[in-house]
Design a binder for this molecule. Structure first.
Ligand SMILES: [Zn+2]
Length: 79
């Protein structure tokens, strides 16, 4: 009977020790540092209407930036 109780105490001790170690591992892991930093996209004004548009969504031609293909066709000016 005494050996059975000792065995149970050891099992409970091992269980709590493993939980404690697993909890510490999870707390030590950096979560925010692992995420890649998103670069801020450049926003440019349209040469035709002056609308601010992200660089990836606009059209660039001959050094001028336009919000759309339509304003690229119309050309710079007339703001
Ligand atoms: Zn425009």
């Amino acid at each position: 009977m005494r050996n059975l109780l000792l065995f149970l105490f050891i099992l409970i001790g091992v269980y709590y020790l493993r939980r404690l170690l697993a909890g510490n591992d999870a707390a030590d892991k950096p979560t925010a540092a692992a995420e890649p930093q998103r670069e801020a996209e450049q926003v440019l004004p349209c040469a035709h209407c002056g609308l601010l548009v992200p660089a990836s969504e606009g059209v660039e031609s001959q050094g001028n930036f336009f919000c759309s293909a339509e304003h690229l066709r119309l050309g710079p000016g007339a703001q």
